[in-house]
Design a protein around this ligand. Structure first.
Ligand code: ADP
Length: 360
């Protein structure tokens, strides 16, 4: 009696689980048409729009023959058979399922129970996928908007710039001291504004474009060192490069990422200290890269803020820049489904870390 009650409780628990759970029997490991439904919980039955009487004990071929009519369906059923024979688990990832009543996207995995038996876990992610697509479209719209606005903003800027030049040539440099100071404020601001807009344009153009490909980070960093030769020479910077891996990614964007981090390491050096940058990578949950410097460092309270657009901690007179470099870095890393963060001891230096999932 006690035993019976336990089975009842177990069955009810599985039945009420908020994810789809189903048990299949594979009587003949050489025949995918022999596979039978042993148990389907409520969520699974709902997704199939079937009652338990319609499926339990029946073969899939009897209940859902359409599953054998396309590659996707056969792949799923073949996985049941394989896991039943070989044991272990198989993650099917996102699976499209449809019959004459439903159509959707499901996250699906198959797990071995004992000889000839597997269980399947299923989660309906149709809505989630739909929202993701909508979000991508909205992001795309937003990028285009920024792009358009940036172009429009440049137009009046060009007018200010050219009229300032007209006035200057009209007066042929005969301004009094004050006026000439005002004129140079206007010119400097115009240049700054143009730089900000250019940066904004670059920022809005970082998006999933070309396909990812294999990128050799060792080579990438070598090329960047050549590009930065002038500043490296001027500052006598020492760049140490450890063994860097190949990753699956967007080449141009990854180059911009390394370049920003390395040039920041040089830019934010301590006065009277030779800048030293070390670049390394270690394999963990994906690849974790580190760009370490011996510069001025960043106080704890600013560690998150610096990754925002146009966020800077210093006056322009101290360090050049518009404050978009790290925002770029963040966007690029997120484009690769990774993350970026930093650790720092003010006065001693900073290490910027970023993780890129290992897709190779
Ligand atoms: P920018 O370099 O144009 O100012 P960034 O977005 O690259 O903009 O950096 C934002 C701010 O973060 C910088 O103004 C600086 O205060 C801080 N920062 C970035 N990198 C470093 C670094 N390696 N060491 C110290 N501070 C840094």
């Amino acid at each position: 009696m006690q035993n019976f009650r336990n089975i009842e409780i177990l069955t009810r628990t599985f039945d009420e689980l908020p994810v789809g759970v189903g048990i299949f029997q594979v009587p003949d490991p050489n025949d995918i048409k022999s596979i039978r439904y042993v148990f389907m919980n409520k969520v699974l039955l709902y997704e199939m729009r079937k009652s338990s009487e319609e499926v339990l004990g029946k073969r899939i071929i009897e209940v859902a023959p359409e599953a054998y009519e396309h590659e996707g369906g056969i792949h799923v059923i073949e996985t049941y058979r394989k896991v039943a024979v070989e044991g272990g688990s198989a993650n099917l990832g996102l699976v499209e399922y449809s019959n004459h009543m439903v159509a959707g996207t499901y996250e699906c995995s198959v797990h071995h129970i004992q000889d000839n038996y597997v269980y399947v876990m299923l989660r309906n992610v149709t809505e989630l996928e739909h929202t993701k697509t909508e979000l991508e479209l909205k992001n795309e719209e937003l990028s285009q908007f920024v792009h358009l606005v940036s172009h429009d903003l440049k137009e009046p800027l060009r007018t200010i710039s050219s009229f300032t030049k007209f006035i200057e040539s009209e007066y042929d440099g005969k301004f009094d001291e004050k006026t000439s100071q005002y004129m140079s404020f206007i010119s400097e601001s115009t240049v700054r504004m143009r730089n900000l807009i250019d940066d904004l344009l670059d920022y809005s153009s970082i998006r999933k474009g070309n396909k990812m490909k294999e990128v050799d980070c060792q080579e990438l960093v070598e090329v960047i060192q050549q590009d930065l030769e002038a500043v490296i020479k001027d500052t006598s910077a020492i760049i140490e490069v450890g063994e860097l891996p190949k990753v699956q990614g967007f080449q141009t964007e990854l180059r911009l990422l390394f370049q920003n981090l390395i040039s920041n390491g040089i830019k934010f050096r301590k006065p009277d200290t030779v800048p030293k940058i070390s670049i390394s990578a270690r394999k963990e949950d994906g690849w974790i890269f580190a760009v370490k410097d011996n510069g001025i460092g960043v106080a704890d309270e600013h560690k998150d803020k610096i990754f925002g657009v146009f966020q800077r901690l210093h006056a322009r007179s101290e360090y050049e820049g518009t404050g978009i470099g790290l925002a770029h870095c963040k966007k690029i890393v997120e484009l690769h489904d990774g993350a970026i963060w930093m650790e720092s001891t003010p006065g001693e230096g900073s290490t910027f870390y970023f993780r890129i999932p290992n897709r190779l």
